[in-house]
Design a protein around this ligand. Structure first.
Ligand code: ADP
Length: 197
């Protein structure tokens, strides 16, 4: 069984994914795939260099992530160009990996962690989606604590994503991660029980 997992920035996606893995699930991590397509030698990185120039590379030929971030942050058209280059490759890789894992062991739960699942319209890949939810004030506090961002920076990052309340409403299953880790562990165990029936 394949289930998509998402949430907002710092809502606890990695934390909850790790709990599923601890219980035996396989994990596909979209963040890792997104990095892989920008590694030296990958055709997606080559296409990005074609589009934006050598200035997006560091002297050693690896991606200057911060530099590229600066370019697309200021320029919505550039961001769209970048997304057109990267998204199809990321989507294809996600599909291939999750399907291979399911075929390998049809009994095994496959969790696919995609931070921008709804924003990137990848919800169409899944029949079931888990949203890891915390209210916005908890999200803000955890984001600031984890990253050292100022309140304003953290608010900007959260505002750039789809409202977490909207994601919660679209979910098949909601894991409320606003309590302690133990409360979240209980919800994961309960959901696994429900899925096994
Ligand atoms: P995401 O993957 O959604 O960005 P993380 O799983 O990295 O979120 O969690 C964001 C931050 O909040 C991390 O610093 C993490 O340790 C912390 N955190 C996650 N879940 C809880 C929880 N239930 N209670 C307290 N802190 C938590």
């Amino acid at each position: 069984m394949i289930i998509g997992l998402t949430g907002g920035i710092a809502s606890g996606k990695s934390t909850v994914s790790a709990l599923f893995v601890r219980e035996g699930a396989a994990l596909v991590d979209a963040d890792i795939i997104a990095r892989e397509v920008m590694l030296p030698g990958h055709p997606v990185l080559a296409a990005a260099v074609q589009a934006f120039g050598e200035r997006i590379l560091r002297p050693d030929g690896t991606l200057d992530r911060a530099g590229l971030g600066e370019i697309v942050f200021r320029d919505p058209e550039a961001l769209q160009t970048l997304n057109h280059l990267t998204h199809p490759a990321i989507r294809k890789e996600i599909k291939e990996r999750m399907n291979a894992l399911e075929q390998d062991d049809p009994q095994r739960l496959v969790i696919v962690d995609i931070p921008l699942l709804y924003e990137s319209e990848l919800d169409t890949l899944f029949e079931q989606i888990i949203v890891v939810y915390v209210p916005r004030r908890v999200q803000l506090a955890r984001l600031m604590e984890r990253s050292g961002m100022t309140l304003e920076q953290a608010e900007d990052r959260i505002a750039a994503q789809m409202d977490i309340e909207l994601k919660r409403r679209r979910a098949t299953y909601v894991i409320d991660n606003s309590g302690g880790l133990e409360a979240t562990e209980h919800q994961v165990a309960a959901l696994l029980d429900r899925l096994e029936r």
